[in-house]
Write a protein that binds this ligand. Structure first.
Ligand code: MN
Length: 210
C-alpha cells in the first residue's frame, strides 16, 4: 500500500510580546482578537485550500505569492486571500515593538529617499489613509529602492516583485475597538510602536549592508 503524503501544515506564528505590550497605542483586546482569531483564521483557511494540492505545502508562501499565475486555478483566490493574510500578518506583528529608536542604515535610506523621517511619516500616513476599504500600506524595496505603496484586501507587494520591510494593517479589525472610525489617529499612534530594529535588519539584509 502506498503511504499517504506527509506534509506540514501552516501554524500561527506566536507573538514575541504580551497582548498588552503595545498599550496605549494598540490595546490588548485588539491585539488578542486580531492575532488569535483573525490571523488564526487566515492560517486555517490557507491549510484548507492547500490540502487540495498538498504538494504545495513544500513551496514557501513567498514563492507561491510571488508568482500567483502558477497557483492552481481552483485554489488561486484562496491562496492569494488567506496566504496573503498569513504572510502579511506575520510581518505586521514582527515590525511592532514598544520603545525602539530609528536605526542608522534605515534612517540614512529614509532621509535620502524622503528627505526626513517626518516627511516619510507624512507620506506613509497619506497612503494608509487613502487605501479605500480594507488593505495595507507598505514600505518596500522595489529593485533596491525604498518606496511607499498600498494594497487592497490581503494582496501583498511580493506579488508585484517588491520586498516589504514595514507595513500597517488598515483593515477595520486592526483598530476599530479603540479608534472606531478614526483611522488617522490609529496611524499616528502606529509610528510609536514601529520595531525599527527589525525594519533596519530587513533593510540591511536586502541591501546587503554589512
Ligand atoms: Mn489584520
Amino acid at each position: 500500500m502506498e503511504k499517504p503524503t506527509i506534509f506540514k501544515k501552516y501554524e500561527l506564528e506566536k507573538l514575541e510580546y504580551n497582548y498588552d505590550a503595545l498599550e496605549p497605542y494598540m490595546d490588548a483586546e485588539t491585539v488578542k482578537i486580531h492575532h488569535d482569531k483573525h490571523h488564526q483564521t487566515y492560517v486555517d483557511n490557507l491549510n484548507l485550500a492547500l490540502e487540495k494540492h498538498p504538494e504545495l505545502f513544500k513551496i514557501s508562501l513567498e514563492k507561491l505569492l510571488s508568482n500567483t499565475n502558477k497557483i492552481p486555478e481552483d485554489i488561486r483566490a484562496q491562496v492569494i486571500n488567506h496566504g496573503g493574510g498569513v504572510i502579511n500578518h506575520n510581518l505586521f506583528w514582527k515590525i511592532l515593538k514598544p520603545n525602539t529608536k530609528i536605526q542608522k542604515d534605515i534612517s540614512l535610506g529614509i532621509n535620502q529617499k524622503f528627505s526626513s523621517l517626518e516627511k516619510f511619516k507624512e507620506e506613509f500616513k497619506k497612503t494608509a489613509l487613502s487605501q479605500f476599504g480594507s488593505g495595507w500600506a507598505w514600505l518596500v524595496l522595489n529593485k533596491g529602492e525604498l518606496e511607499i505603496t498600498k494594497t487592497s484586501n490581503q494582496n501583498t507587494p511580493i506579488s508585484e516583485g517588491k520586498i516589504p520591510i514595514l507595513t500597517i494593517d488598515v483593515w477595520e479589525h486592526s483598530y476599530y475597538l479603540k479608534y472606531q472610525n478614526r483611522r488617522a489617529e490609529y496611524i499616528d499612534n502606529f509610528f510609536n510602536i514601529i520595531n525599527w530594529e527589525e525594519v533596519n535588519k530587513r533593510y540591511k539584509e536586502i541591501k546587503k549592508i554589512k
